[in-house]
Write a protein of this length. Structure first.
Length: 166
């Protein structure tokens, strides 16, 4: 609640900010409102923005999303990638086990329930006859990752048309 998706002049997602900051940017003429919350208004009768677009293009350096347990669980939708279970007790599994040279990379870690992780053991999915439901990949960007989290949690459905892969 109170979050606003900021788009570059080219309509690519740049940032998520507060509605106060978004309103200031609009009042200064630096941004325009594209989507608004019909249930929330400012004193002047204007609706609070939920998506704004900058009037001038801003160059932004690329930042990679850090590899953390939380981010892996979210990428895999809190679902075991072997059996499809949405158990509360999930763990991180290395597709190629660390003892066999597998590293801590986005492409080598996946979400697994404890029973599947134990059953797979020190083997590859092929050796254990346990195919992955999705091949692990690095998420596109940290911003689109966070925006998709907001969309899928039921907040800010209006962001979906601006975020690729939502």
């Amino acid at each position: 609640m109170g979050q606003v998706l900021v788009l570059n002049a080219s309509y690519e997602p740049l940032n998520i900010t507060t509605w106060r900051r978004a309103v200031v940017m609009m009042l200064k003429g630096k941004a325009e409102g594209l989507e608004h919350d019909p249930c929330r208004q400012l004193r002047q009768g204007t609706h609070l923005p939920t998506v704004i677009r900058l009037r001038q293009y801003v160059r932004v350096p690329f930042r990679q999303l850090p590899l953390t347990r939380r981010n892996v669980f979210q990428r895999d939708n809190h679902t075991c990638q072997y059996c499809g279970s949405r158990d509360d007790h999930l763990s991180i599994d290395h597709v190629m086990p660390r003892s066999r040279g597998g590293g801590d990379t986005w492409e080598n870690v996946t979400t697994a329930c404890l029973s599947c992780n134990v059953r797979k053991g020190n083997r590859t999915p092929k050796e254990a006859a346990m195919p992955l439901s999705h091949v692990p990949r690095r998420p596109a960007s940290s911003l689109s990752f966070e925006a998709r989290r907001q969309i899928h949690s039921g907040h800010h459905q209006e962001w979906a048309k601006y975020v690729i892969g939502s």
